[in-house]
Design a protein around this ligand. Structure first.
Ligand code: AHM
Ligand code: MG
Length: 352
């Protein structure tokens, strides 16, 4: 039916997919056409991650109903209690990618060392790193959680992949993304051609393109941080926070939103504009490097941020330029609208 006032069909929008329903498979294949010579290997890894996230989503949405909820009583390499849903997500991601011949090696936030491809399977050209369930302290209280993934080309020539394959700079990422298990499940990813979001229709088990070409809005609204730790922060981070609140006499005034699941905090800020930070703190007496892991959490989110017109910093350096020294290395992390991240760097450079 034509909308007389607009003179056009009300279902027509300006994006190129307005007249068709685009599944994630179709979209990834369309994007692959932009890379002549592409073999489809990366495309298939992305399919497998989308499939893994559907399986994980089906469990997370039933978390209160099945035996899966609760702690296993064991601790992971960070000394945190591992919950069963973390283990489930971890094993699904591994099992969907270990036998395909597309991946040389994997690494997961839940394991201290790299995850070798089993001997009976062939290896492939890519490296897959993931945080299977980020924000896992929120599982038991029905708050959004997420999966983060990062894909690199292998550096080693052949055979089983190595630790060096896993310790690459974020600027060499081939693809990265996250899945948010929230009111709906969304997969957001980039292969370096912008950031695109897909929403899962659970009734048909399919992701549909819902957010093409996501960009940070020009006027950011939120800052997100665990302000309960303010007394452990450095002078620069405290003053930066006062600036965000307009308490330093300036005219800025951002609202505070903090979920405690980085994927969910990042996702909200990506859609509404804002900055997320988990800075260095002295909770344990000496100044730490923060909480978030460069390889599993910060580098992939930094890649997405830059692809969406934002940026990410450790307070002094571009995150995508950092060379990881170990798999579980933590860094202070500031990510979001470029001007807000740069402002944090200014305060830290001036006050420490
Ligand atoms: P996790 O990977 O063990 O879940 O930890 C990472 C999470 C982030 O999602 C979140 O931003 C942060 O931990 C919250 O930490 P805190 O409770 O100290 O604010
Ligand atoms: Mg995590």
């Amino acid at each position: 039916m034509v909308n007389a006032a607009l003179g056009r069909n009300p279902l027509q929008y300006d994006d190129p997919y307005s007249e068709k329903i685009v599944t994630i498979e179709r979209f990834i294949l369309d994007k692959q056409k932009g890379y002549p010579g592409a073999t489809g290997t990366l495309t298939n890894i992305l399919y497998d991650i989308a499939l893994a996230s559907k399986i994980i989503a089906s469990r997370t949405t039933r978390a209160g109903l099945v035996e899966i909820l609760g702690s296993t009583g064991r601790e992971n390499v960070q000394g945190e209690t591992v919950q069963k849903l973390d283990e489930y997500a971890d094993s699904i991601l591994f099992k969907l990618n270990d036998h395909t011949g597309r991946v040389a090696v994997m690494a997961s936030e839940e394991h201290p060392d790299i995850l070798a491809i089993p001997e009976q399977y062939e290896t492939g050209p890519y490296v897959l790193l993931y945080d299977p369930l980020d924000g896992s302290s929120n599982i038991d209280v029905n708050v959004s959680i997420g999966t983060i993934f990062a894909i690199y080309r292998r550096k080693s020539a052949s055979g089983r992949g190595t630790l060096e394959d896993c310790l690459q700079r974020g600027r060499d990422l081939v693809a990265a993304g996250y899945v948010i298990y929230g009111a709906s499940t969304m997969l957001v990813y980039s292969t370096g051609q912008g950031v695109h979001g897909f929403t899962l229709d659970p009734s048909v088990g399919e992701f549909f393109l819902s957010h093409p070409n996501i960009r940070f809005p020009a006027k950011p609204k939120y800052y997100s941080t665990n302000q309960g730790y303010e007394r452990y922060w450095t002078e620069g981070v405290r003053r930066y926070t006062e600036w965000l609140q307009g308490r330093d006499g300036g005219n800025t005034s951002f609202s505070l939103r903090y979920i405690g699941s980085m994927v969910a905090d990042f996702h909200r800020n990506l859609l509404t504009g804002g900055v997320f930070y988990y800075p260095a703190d002295a909770k344990d007496g000496t100044l730490s490097s923060g909480k978030l892991r460069l390889v599993y959490e910060c580098a992939p989110m930094a890649f997405l941020a830059e692809q969406a017109g934002g940026t990410a910093s450790d307070g002094a350096n571009r995150v995508l330029d950092l060379q990881p020294e170990s798999l579980h290395q933590r860094i202070p992390f500031f990510v979001g609208n470029q001007e807000l991240v740069e402002k944090a760097e200014e305060f830290i450079a001036q006050f420490g």
